[in-house]
Design a protein around this ligand. Structure first.
Ligand SMILES: *[C@@H]1O[C@H](CO)[C@@H](O)[C@H](O)[C@H]1NC(C)=O
Ligand SMILES: *[C@@H]1O[C@H](CO)[C@@H](O)[C@H](O)[C@H]1NC(C)=O
Ligand SMILES: *[C@@H]1O[C@H](CO)[C@@H](O)[C@H](O)[C@H]1NC(C)=O
Length: 973
């Protein structure tokens, strides 16, 4: 069938069954008493034998493995490059032997095969596959050896690096300073293991948006090229090694102000030797950097106006690279990565067919043997959608919306093209609505959801992730590469959590693995709510009044920081550095930015109420703003400045898509204080009003079904410096306050005191009543009214119950008896709890026919015009023939079908896109009309597997605005 399907054909059966795959068992043990073959011990390291006729890249990687053994054991392995005869003639070696080689190339491996000591059928003629095993009695006098056999250069190299990782050398040992494990013993378990072929044929990273950080760091770390770029071969060796250790094979080089092929004449040959296919970014066709245009292109970058000049420029790219491993980018955009006003579809057809004939001529190979990609980025898919013809040899490299939402999956005949499909995906971006190029803002569950969708819909030839400066994006990069290598091991929706635990265990030690994983899972959720650069929008996105949203959100950051700091404090010093880089730094620095914007927004409200503490909030913002630079300096000071400049990116004070030229603190609001003896102020939850401006305040209505964790409160505060004592009295015995008498001292930490209102529902009268609280400082007194609704639900009711006029439901809390088993819960997906979706391979569903989600809820309000709001992932209509839609019915009534995202034209983002990606959600509201009090059943059909439902809110008269929607209602039964 399709060549790209044959690679993973075996895999299809596996995950179609839906079986959860267990994590792979370790191939090594590390205690003194092991079984199998001993590879290391005190003062004992193996001898690694490689055939001289193997790929130089294999010999190079074998040398890395020798040193990796040294890092773990304290004594390096040795490398012997020798043919079979000399190998066996040194059989007297008392050291353990590892033979490494490429099947069909290595004279060592092939000899073992011909002697029937080794079976390489599992790897032979495969793409990037390896196996390793303990081989018994390979020759006389030798009981057993360890053999790593690869199918090709990359396969063998991946086998080598797989061993390195398993004995305890992280792929991130250099890029994230992960200390190697220290072991006294290493035993190879006597069991054969095969891995590969990879799920995705070409998979790798794009270094992009690389100024200021990567570039300034590069200048201070490497020698500049004659063109002034620091991205010379010494730099790329580090990148290539990392990519190979992550089992990747593909790189798009930095290109903002560098020219990969010219900055160092060794760059491209080194990539080829290592086993890396070099590409160029979406708008740099024919293996020539954008920056080469300025220097070498004769005339303008204009196919119509300067065909001869453009052609000779492109032709040279093909000729120059003919001996190197290259994935050719085809097509063309306008000059400087912008849409071209003169390129029509027919001109673009001509460009690509000319590029293809030039490639066959220059490389002397048929097109089917030349990797080529046409990047369907920004406006480009519009040409394709209009019916442009492009040869089937070309991979259609689809893209996301720069915010992690796949714009398109291949459909119908597109999946039968021999070149297959690819995906260009972003973990970093420069552009609308705002850049995000500072630190990690990626939720791994979302990457999982989108990229498994891509894979399962046929996007299996290329995956390339824009990883910005790389530093700071270690975790999303590692996760992306793991998915691309073995999508099958990510079948289970909780597989990302399992992977993260294992990954953190390998980087930070077993003891810290699970807690580090839970920290990064929470981090992913908090940052899914809003990227740092979007926080400066006004009004502040998190509501400072309703549902205590801004406050509670910031408290989650503070709790997370405490947890991360505690893990850090308990780690060995060597591990603290990597933990800081990957976990503590984003939590600490990220919380700082949230503090600045949260307290600025709260400060505006506090100042309105004339709280003395508004000034403290402003001071906290100043402190957090200053701390931000200190945190950056701390990062830059690690390991004597190894990562100097890597956090140079400005990130506070955005006011348009482009990053600001300096960090600016948001304007703070102060109150002027008179030296009176503290005037009492009072405020209540859910209201901007305050005493004494208003003499009487009202809390939101209370019933016994408040969302768990919700606490109605009253704040008493000082409006001026000084001190006073207040008392709160209630006119009803069933409403009390935790601390009814307190002393306010302003300024200081007790210039505001919060009192929680407690209702005894057993003694409260049934039905509606209003309790009055009196807050008095001896001279003035405020009244706070507490509306009470003491109602019960039928004892057999199971489901969510209304409070404060809303029912809020997390999507995963469906009525499981009435919900179809097809639905998949994606734990930790999205902004609040999780997501629910159809399996990626599901067909489109007809309204109100296929798998159904059912929710039971109970209301008390008699709502004349209720509404139902869906909170959905910001997923795009990835299948243009079948846009995302859902259907719902309320209490068995008429079915309503909604398409949350309009169908734009293929070259542009749909209307509403910007708002959706800022909030990371599509929020769609439908009118329900009258909704009588009582029990209700909501049924929902998600009609497409390309969308995720996260939350539902029914408004029966009390809904207040917020970013995330009200907290989840209480569930009974
Ligand atoms: C192992 O070899 C590397 C590279 O030659 C060297 O830097 C290192 O010191 C050696 N390690 C040991 C333990 O001898
Ligand atoms: C290995 O064998 C090949 C041919 O079999 C020979 O050309 C080469 O010189 C030998 N290399 C070594 C290091 O013995
Ligand atoms: C109130 O206290 C603050 C902080 O100590 C002080 O700066 C300010 O001058 C005081 N206001 C008056 C009117 O004394």
């Amino acid at each position: 069938m399709l060549p790209f399907l044959s690679i993973t054909a075996a895999a299809f059966g596996l995950y179609a069954s839906g079986a959860a795959l267990s994590p792979r068992p370790s191939a090594f043990t590390f205690s003194a008493e092991g079984t199998g073959l001993q590879l290391g011990g005190p003062n004992l390291a193996p001898e690694i034998r490689v055939a001289p006729n193997d790929f130089p890249g294999v010999i190079r990687a074998a040398n890395d493995l020798a040193v990796d053994f040294g890092k773990v054991l304290g004594v390096n392995a040795t490398i012997v490059v020798a043919n079979w005869s000399s190998t066996i003639s040194s059989k007297s070696s008392s050291r353990p032997i590892i033979v490494v080689g490429t099947a069909g190339k290595s004279s060592l491996v092939d000899n073992l095969v011909s002697l029937k000591k080794l079976d390489t059928t599992a790897v032979a003629n495969k793409w990037e596959t390896f196996s390793y095993q303990v081989t018994q009695r390979p020759w006389d006098g030798r009981d057993s050896i360890f053999v790593i056999a690869g199918s090709d250069l990359q396969g063998t190299v991946f086998g080598i690096y797989d061993i390195a990782e398993q004995i305890g050398v992280s792929p991130w040992y250099w890029w994230a300073d992960v200390p190697p494990a220290k072991r006294q013993y290493i035993w190879a378990v006597d069991a054969a293991r095969t891995e590969g072929p990879p799920s995705i044929k070409y998979r790798g990273i794009f270094l992009n948006d690389e100024s200021p950080c990567l570039t300034s760091w590069g200048h201070s770390t490497f020698k500049d090229s004659k063109y002034g770029s620091p991205f010379i071969t010494d730099f790329y060796k580090r990148i290539f090694e990392l990519v190979l250790r992550l089992k990747g094979n593909y790189v798009w080089p930095a290109m903002w102000s560098s020219m990969f092929y010219l900055d160092d004449a060794n760059n491209a040959p080194t990539a080829t030797e290592y086993g890396i296919f070099m590409g160029t970014s979406h708008h740099e066709p024919m293996a020539r950097a954008d920056k080469e245009q300025n220097r070498f292109l004769k005339g303008s970058w204009d196919w119509k106006g300067n065909k001869a000049g453009v052609q000779s420029f492109m032709e040279e790219g093909a000729t120059r690279s003919k001996n190197w491993s290259t994935m050719y980018t085809l097509g063309m955009r306008g000059s400087g990565d912008a849409a071209s006003s003169t390129l029509t579809s027919s001109a673009l057809e001509e460009v690509i067919s000319w590029q293809q004939s030039t490639l066959t001529k220059a490389l002397g190979k048929p097109l089917s043997q030349i990797p080529q990609a046409w990047v369907m980025y920004k406006e480009v898919p519009g040409y394709w959608q209009k019916g442009m013809k492009v040869s089937d040899d070309v991979t259609l490299l689809w893209s996301d919306d720069n915010r992690g939402n796949i714009r398109r999956v291949p459909t119908g005949k597109e999946n039968a093209r021999s070149g297959g499909s690819g995906m260009y995906y972003h973990f970093d971006y420069v552009g609308d609505p705002r850049n995000y190029k500072w630190i990690n803002t990626i939720q791994l569950q979302k990457t999982w959801e989108q990229m498994t969708l891509a894979h399962d819909r046929g996007v299996q030839n290329i995956w390339i992730a824009n990883v910005g400066d790389l530093k700071g994006l270690e975790l999303p990069t590692a996760h992306f590469m793991a998915l691309a290598w073995n999508r099958d091991s990510f079948e289970n929706p909780s597989s990302t959590t399992d992977w993260l635990k294992a990954w953190c265990g390998r980087q930070f030690g077993e003891a810290a693995g699970d807690v580090a994983a839970s920290i990064m899972t929470t981090y992913g959720k908090l940052i899914a709510r809003m990227k740092y650069e979007d926080l400066s929008r006004t009004p502040f996105a998190f509501n400072t009044v309703n549902y205590d949203e801004a406050e509670l959100n910031f408290k989650e950051w503070t709790d997370l920081l405490a947890k991360a700091q505690a893990v850090y404090d308990a780690l060995p010093a060597a591990t603290q550095i990597s933990f800081f880089e990957v976990v503590l730094h984003p939590v600490l620095a990220g919380r700082g930015v949230y503090e600045i914007y949260t307290k600025t927004a709260l400060g505006i409200r506090y100042a309105d109420q004339h709280r003395v503490s508004a000034n403290q909030l402003a001071n906290d913002v100043q402190t957090a703003f200053a701390a931000d630079s200190t945190i950056t300096k701390r990062f830059h000071g690690l390991l004597n400045g190894k990562w100097n400049h890597m956090m140079d990116q400005l990130h506070i004070g955005y006011n348009n898509w482009q990053d600001p030229s300096s960090q600016t603190i948001p304007r703070q609001t102060y109150v002027t204080t008179a030296a009176k003896n503290a005037v009492m102020g009072v405020a209540v939850q859910g209201s901007t009003a305050s005493f004494p401006t208003a003499s009487s305040l009202m809390l939101p209505p209370l019933n016994s079904f408040l969302p768990p964790g919700t606490q109605p409160w009253i704040d008493v505060f000082a409006r001026d410096n000084g001190t006073f004592t207040y008392t709160i009295t209630s006119n009803a015995s069933f409403v009390t306050l935790a601390n009814p008498k307190q002393t306010i001292v302003a300024p200081g930490s007790s210039s505001d005191i919060r009192s929680i209102v407690v209702v005894d529902w057993n003694t409260a009268p049934s039905g509606s009543s209003t309790v009055s609280l009196k807050i008095s400082d001896g001279s003035a007194s405020a009244t706070v009214l507490v509306p009470i609704q003491n109602s019960a639900v039928p004892s057999d009711f199971k489901g969510h119950v209304e409070s404060t006029g809303v029912v809020s439901i997390e999507a995963e809390h469906f009525n499981s008896a009435a919900t179809s088993k097809e639905y998949v819960i994606v734990p930790d997906y999205g902004r609040t709890l999780s997501g629910v979706r159809l399996p990626t391979k599901s067909d489109s569903q007809a309204p109100a026919k296929g798998p159904v989600l059912a929710y039971s809820f109970y209301t008390f309000s008699n709502a004349a015009s209720a509404t139902l709001t869906f909170y959905l992932s910001p997923s795009e209509n990835a299948n243009p023939n079948s846009p995302n839609r859902y259907t719902f019915t309320m209490d068995g009534g008429a079915a309503t079908t909604v398409q949350p995202v309009p169908l734009g034209d293929a070259g542009n983002e749909p209307a509403g896109w910007s708002d959706a990606v800022i909030k990371n959600a599509y929020v769609k509201t439908s009118n329900l009309g009258r909704l009588a009090p009582g029990k209700h059943e909501l049924k929902i059909w998600l009609l497409e597997p390309t969308m995720v439902l996260t939350k539902l809110v029914v408004d029966v008269g009390g809904l207040k605005s917020s970013l995330l929607g009200p907290p989840e209602s209480k569930i009974v039964g």
